[in-house]
Design a binder for this molecule. Structure first.
Ligand SMILES: Cc1cc2nc3c(=O)[nH]c(=O)nc-3n(C[C@H](O)[C@H](O)[C@H](O)COP(=O)(O)OP(=O)(O)OC[C@H]3O[C@@H](n4cnc5c(N)ncnc54)[C@H](O)[C@@H]3O)c2cc1C
Length: 379
């Protein structure tokens, strides 16, 4: 395909970070192109609990959350490996909506805002030369003044660019898998439960239309030791926790096959790669346990949009755009990421997980502090 337009902004990846960024910049009259390798609407691995800090921002982007029938979540229940429970109010709370519905709503807004959305289009490389980016995609080459890497946790571009987290040796912060189902189940609407099991945890909470999302994160080792059979792993390792056993036995799966991702890493990442601004999980992934990755992706898109706008209207140089974006990103997320990594390391030890949950039962303030440390304020 031949397209001689020089776009002001090219975005690789149409998840929350990419779509939100595209709407903000196209809304100001700039030419924006977005590449997504999948076709909307589609399911993806995500616990689908969004912290309330994103509510106002999504509404301002044009997402009418109430009309999407989101669930409102106010309480947290946590169980240890042996099933022992505690429950408490969430300091800020959140809401539940499937990514299938949320991303589809956002892409429709993006298209209405004038974003050129190329679906089923994989970007294979981005090269910077003489002030412009050349984007090589499965549908041809494109040019842009600014490029944003919004392609999520792990992509072909990370491999091509040999980003350090790709070549890192196996450690306590990488080599995880994520698995998700939508189910029907008799469960409170306003509750998110986090059930721990050996080397992993599983969240369950309501999304729209009487559906519940059940999503878990565990190590690749757990799957290997279950003869690489997910059902086997659920029946043995996950079901050792009596709450999970009950859910897996009693729920009705809306689609029998889960959505799966592998090679998840919580290692540190660079925020800029050869002048490409990294946004969302491509800039760093917080452990899903915190339930804050989506809000961080959305918030980072807002920070990036502010700096991209100043570059495009010639208020700031490219260098300043990159410096300011990195500084604001670090100010907003660095301590959250640090707390998330600490928590993920801690929870990879079954004994420490049980200890933390026991302490949480007696000292709810400890859990409140942890939640606050891994969340931000409305933006
Ligand atoms: C198990 C699990 C549970 C989670 N639960 C929660 C939760 O409950 N709450 C929460 O807030 N966060 C949760 N998260 C985190 C959350 O899903 C992410 O932080 C969020 O989706 C990041 O958005 P993003 O836009 O950066 O990436 P994504 O939403 O992953 O979007 C990236 C997009 O880029 C596309 N792409 C990749 N490579 C290319 C390419 N080369 N060319 C074109 N397109 C490409 C992909 O197809 C994808 O659509 C969870 C994560 C995991 C793994």
């Amino acid at each position: 395909m031949q397209d001689d337009t020089t776009y002001e902004l090219a975005i690789v990846g149409g998840g929350l970070a990419g779509l939100a960024l595209s709407i903000q910049i196209a809304g100001e009259g700039y030419k924006v192109i977005l590449f997504e390798k999948e076709q909307y609407p589609f399911h993806r691995v995500c616990g689908e609990y969004i912290s309330l800090e994103s509510w106002g921002f999504l509404q301002r982007l044009g997402v009418d959350l109430e009309s999407l029938n989101v669930s409102h979540i106010k309480r947290l229940r946590v169980s240890a490996l042996n099933g022992r429970l505690f429950e408490q109010e969430l300091p800020l709370g959140g809401f539940g909506i499937s990514r299938y519905k949320l991303d589809h709503t956002l892409v429709q807004i993006a298209k209405r805002s004038g974003v050129r959305v190329y679906e089923q289009t994989r970007v294979n490389d981005i090269q910077f030369s003489e002030g412009n980016f050349n984007i090589e995609s499965s549908k041809g080459n494109f040019k842009a003044r600014v490029a944003a890497g919004c392609y999520g946790k792990r992509s072909n571009l990370d491999v091509k660019w040999k980003r350090p987290f790709i070549v890192a040796k196996k450690n306590k912060l990488n080599n995880y898998i994520g698995i998700k189902y939508h189910i029907r189940y008799n469960f409170p609407n306003d509750l998110i439960a986090l059930h721990n099991f050996k080397k992993g945890y599983c969240g369950i909470s309501k999304v729209e239309d009487d559906q519940y999302c059940i999503c878990y994160l565990t190590t690749a080792d757990n799957l290997q030791s279950s003869t690489n059979d997910i059902k086997n792993m659920e029946q043995t390792i996950l079901s050792a926790n009596p709450h999970l056993k009950k859910i897996f036995n009693e729920c009705e799966k809306i689609r029998e096959d889960p959505v799966i991702i592998s090679q998840i890493s919580f290692d540190k990442k660079e925020l800029i790669e050869d002048h490409v601004l990294m946004i969302g999980d491509a800039a760093g992934m917080i452990t899903p346990l915190c339930g804050n990755g989506m809000s961080m992706a959305l918030h980072a898109s807002k920070i990036a949009a502010e700096e991209i706008r100043k570059f495009l209207n010639r208020t700031n140089s490219r260098e300043l755009m990159e410096q300011n974006y990195s500084a604001d990103w670090n100010k907003s997320f660095q301590s959250r990421m640090r707390a998330g990594r600490m928590l993920q390391r801690l929870l990879s030890n079954d004994g420490l997980t049980t200890l933390l949950i026991t302490l949480g039962r007696f000292f709810p303030v400890l859990i409140r502090t942890l939640i606050k440390k891994t969340h931000g304020n409305p933006f």
